[in-house]
Write a protein that binds this ligand. Structure first.
Ligand SMILES: Cc1cc2nc3c(=O)[nH]c(=O)nc-3n(C[C@H](O)[C@H](O)[C@H](O)COP(=O)(O)OP(=O)(O)OC[C@H]3O[C@@H](n4cnc5c(N)ncnc54)[C@H](O)[C@@H]3O)c2cc1C
Length: 461
């Protein structure tokens, strides 16, 4: 088996569970052994320990984004707050925001309950502003949030001095701070979840590719055709996120976008004492093309970002997991934030995540066909997969009850499909190019205004 592609796998081995052997009959069959599939299995079994639950995984648990991500357990939602309010109203937005905030520590407690040591530390998150434009944007973001009833204890602007007590990066003028984020070791979480599912009576079949999902209809139950047998079930849950477009009839339900990461060798205490991050806050900055970082438990910087192109017809291939231009950009961005960084980059990797047409994640349960699905988290799936799995489990086990999870505004509210090609390719790659250009333009403007201030001072003296 080729080496699993991320820093997080460097100290852990993928599991080698047996594939499916022959036909089986279960209550709930789940396609995909990432966070969504495994949290769903866990939550189903917690609600009803007698359920027969099987997880079918094409490779090994954590092969996908769940074994490759940046380890942000955030309260972020992929859609702008103003859009959520426009579509569902302010009360629904407030409930969603509060539930996501509560989900961060709840996820940590759930992991602890299952004996999973995934380096969970809730140190909050910082978005640094490093130019006048970034500062203006960050301050506006905080003011606009306050207009949507977000209290200052949930989101606030830190002036430079206050920020320096928490963390420093070069050129920071201040930062937006939210306490609602933790950092984890992603693979420890996904492996721990898989073990917990098995301990609680669920079955996991690895190296078992689901080749077809057959909808139920009337008295006919849904079923899965796999490389190793047939699975009949009352409910089939599709939890395949960035790999979804490879499944028949799903090519346009989400698009796969690639996020890439790099990690440094461990940095020594004296280096960290210059930059802080004592409480391990996750961090990014206010640029348009997203970047994200964390200080790992073994004192590395793990740093990722977007910028990889969308591939025509939603193609997913292992070679897209790396991209030299994006790795170079990440390296530059990291050195820009931490000017004294001289540790080597030891790991480079990436993987696909999924975005829906309107950027809303989805939780769908169709009681007629038995077809269920959750995903479309864009880059915020660590917490959202936990939330959506709870919604799925509530809908499947207690459909007659309205719960905090099942009543979330976006649950049972499917997104429309993506456009046909070449419109997808043109639209998405234009968006990526515009974000890249906007950052480039802002950097140049910041450099020029810095130079002109310097010149004015010089001439004035
Ligand atoms: C580089 C990167 C960084 C990220 N950083 C963050 C972050 O810091 N915070 C955050 O919140 N989110 C982040 N994300 C997103 C987050 O990791 C995902 O949203 C989340 O892991 C999705 O989990 P999942 O279980 O839905 O999908 P996945 O983990 O992708 O799992 C899907 C599984 O389905 C399996 N599968 C697919 N097709 C089949 C089939 N036909 N038969 C059987 N099995 C199949 C795959 O092998 C895979 O294991 C990041 C993503 C990437 C790629």
């Amino acid at each position: 088996m080729p080496a699993p592609p991320s820093l997080w796998w460097s100290d852990l081995e993928p599991t080698a569970r047996e594939p499916l052997r022959g036909d089986i009959d279960v209550d709930v069959a789940i396609v995909g052994g990432g966070y969504t599939g495994l949290w769903t299995a866990r939550e189903l079994l917690r609600r009803d320990p007698h359920l027969r639950v099987a997880v079918l995984e094409a490779r090994y648990c954590g092969f996908g984004a769940s074994g490759r991500n940046g380890g942000w357990v955030s309260a972020l939602f992929p859609v702008a707050a103003s859009t959520v309010v426009r579509r569902f109203g302010l009360d629904a937005y407030t409930r969603l925001r509060q539930l996501l905030q509560e989900a961060v520590p709840r996820l940590g407690i759930a992991a602890q309950h299952d004996g999973i040591d995934c380096d969970f530390i809730q140190g909050g998150t910082l978005s640094f502003a490093r130019s006048e434009l970034q500062e203006a944007r960050a301050r506006h973001f905080v003011t606009a949030a306050a207009d949507l009833r977000v209290p200052a204890e949930d989101l606030r602007w830190l002036e430079r001095d206050e920020l320096h007590a928490v963390a420093r990066v070069d050129g920071a003028r201040g930062a937006v701070y939210s306490p609602h984020c933790a950092r984890i070791h992603p693979v420890r979480l996904v492996q721990g979840l898989a073990s917990a599912v098995q301990r609680n009576g669920g079955d996991i079949y690895e190296n078992t590719v689901v080749t077809r999902i057959v909808r139920g209809a009337g008295m006919r139950r849904p079923e899965l055709l796999t490389t190793h047998g047939r699975v009949r079930a009352d409910f089939v849950v599709r939890a395949t996120e960035g790999f979804t477009p490879a499944i028949a009839h799903q090519r346009r339900s989400v698009v796969p976008l690639y996020s890439l990461m790099i990690a440094t060798a461990p940095l020594d205490d004296s280096w960290w004492s210059d930059y802080g991050f004592l409480n391990f806050p996750t961090f990014n900055d206010e640029r348009h093309l997203l970047v994200y970082g964390q200080r790992t438990a073994d004192n590395r910087l793990a740093f990722g970002g977007r910028g990889s192109p969308y591939h025509f017809a939603s193609t997913i291939e292992p070679r897209f997991d790396t991209n030299d231009a994006v790795f170079t950009h990440l390296n530059q961005a990291l050195h820009d934030l931490f000017a004294t960084l001289d540790a080597p980059i030891t790991h480079r990797w990436g993987g696909p995540l999924a975005m829906t047409r309107d950027k809303f994640p989805f939780v769908n349960v169709d009681f007629d066909s038995g077809m269920c699905a959750a995903g479309g988290y864009t880059g915020d799936g660590v917490t959202l997969s936990y939330v959506c799995a709870n919604a799925l489990a509530d809908l499947i086990v207690t459909p007659e009850q309205t719960t905090d999870f099942s009543s979330l505004a976006f649950v049972q509210s499917p997104s429309r499909r993506w456009e046909m090609e070449p419109l997808r390719w043109v639209g998405i790659n234009t968006g990526i190019a515009l974000a890249t250009y906007a950052d480039h333009f802002e950097r140049r403007r910041a450099r020029e205004s810095h130079a002109s201030r310097w010149l004015t001072r010089l001439l004035g003296e």
